[in-house]
Design a protein around this ligand. Structure first.
Ligand code: SF4
Ligand code: SF4
Length: 333
């Protein structure tokens, strides 16, 4: 697949061409001191000076709250909310794109989740390779890299005056070919420059000893490693809501007279109500079992079920935990 380059001053032109092509375009826009993935319509003012977005982009694929169907007197009247429009997400970090690749293993395997699939099929992911990881980042310890391609369609590298755009999927290549009047083929020098950026970023990250994490966690169910974090944990669920790979949800039917709708909403294994049975019994009665579940799911059960650790090392749970629980203190022996 041929890598292309675009001069930075032509990015607005590219954005306009993408929007004119019928896509909704979301990119990095600074609002109130924070760069967030924001929909742009006319003259976008992108800001690529950010480490990562505060919230993960999983919301675009598994919305926090989504109507699955509507019914009337018990009969289905609408199978799903309206079909999603074509979108381009520009500027995800490769860890978050890898999280999508992991979520695909849950939602696109049989039985396929049609709602997630529709969103995934209609969204083109352009990830921006990291050149300056944060102190809380550890993607290279959990199978990723600052320029990893999993989950992306195109990888973008900042080369100073220009951006290099490397297609890493067939839809990515087809998409990029539509804009050949604005882009140029990348030179060998530019390609070696982008490789250097990725290597340097990876070398700046501490490599945690996690190669045997799955084997260790498979034996950790009855261990006392859960004690310290669970004594501090407030059960607020912030770590799971910020996490790009956490995907627990609840489904509820809401009715008003004869009409109703079925809604899927994010839930969290850190809440006591998550496992509360109608009988009043709770198989995870204390925060100890809930904290254990979160770690076991990411570092043991997901390996058994999907063959991968379900952590991409984005560090959001570390940054946002109100009582400073650092999952590295639990997962590193
Ligand atoms: S963010 Fe921290 S306090 Fe809140 S549920 Fe997660 S680990 Fe517990
Ligand atoms: S567990 Fe924490 S570091 Fe790992 S992907 Fe989730 S939020 Fe990121």
């Amino acid at each position: 697949m041929t890598a292309k380059t675009i001069e930075k001053e032509k990015l607005t032109e590219l954005a306009k061409a993408i929007i004119a092509g019928g896509f909704r375009l979301y990119g990095p826009v600074r609002t109130g001191g924070e760069v967030a993935l924001t929909e742009v319509t006319e003259e976008p003012e992108f800001d690529f000076d950010y480490r990562n977005f505060k919230t993960s982009p999983k919301e675009f694929f598994l919305p926090q709250s989504e109507v699955l169907c509507r019914f009337c007197r018990g009969e289905l009247v609408e199978d799903a909310a309206s079909a999603p429009e074509k979108k381009v997400l520009l500027g995800l970090r490769p860890c978050d794109a890898r999280a999508l690749w992991l979520m695909d293993k849950v939602f696109l395997e049989e039985p396929e989740d049609v709602y997630y699939k529709e969103n995934r099929d209609k969204t083109l992911v352009v990830s921006a390779a990291c050149s300056s990881p944060e102190a809380t980042c550890f993607c290279t310890s959990v199978g990723g890299s600052p320029a990893g391609a999993e989950g992306s369609d195109i990888l973008l590298f900042d080369l100073g005056e220009t951006f290099l755009l490397e297609p890493v999927s067939e839809p990515g290549e087809e998409f990029l070919n539509q804009f050949s009047k604005i882009t140029k083929d990348a030179t060998k020098k530019q390609i070696s420059e982008k490789e250097k950026i990725a290597e340097e970023a990876a070398s700046r990250m501490e490599k945690l000893p996690l190669d045997d994490a799955a084997e260790r966690f498979a034996k950790a169910f009855d261990s006392d490693i859960w004690k310290a974090p669970s004594q501090r944990c407030l059960g607020c669920g912030i770590c799971t809501y910020f996490c790009p790979t956490c995907h627990c949800f609840d489904v509820t039917d809401e009715t008003l007279r004869e009409n109703g709708r079925r809604v899927r909403t994010w839930d969290s294994c850190m809440y006591s109500l998550f496992t509360l049975h109608a009988s009043g019994h709770n198989p995870r009665p204390t925060q100890n079992e809930r904290v254990r579940q979160r770690f076991m799911h990411k570092f043991s059960y997901s390996v058994e079920n999907c063959g991968e650790l379900f952590c991409v090392g984005c560090g959001r749970c570390i940054k946002h935990c109100p009582v400073n629980i650092d999952l590295r203190e639990v997962i590193v022996p």
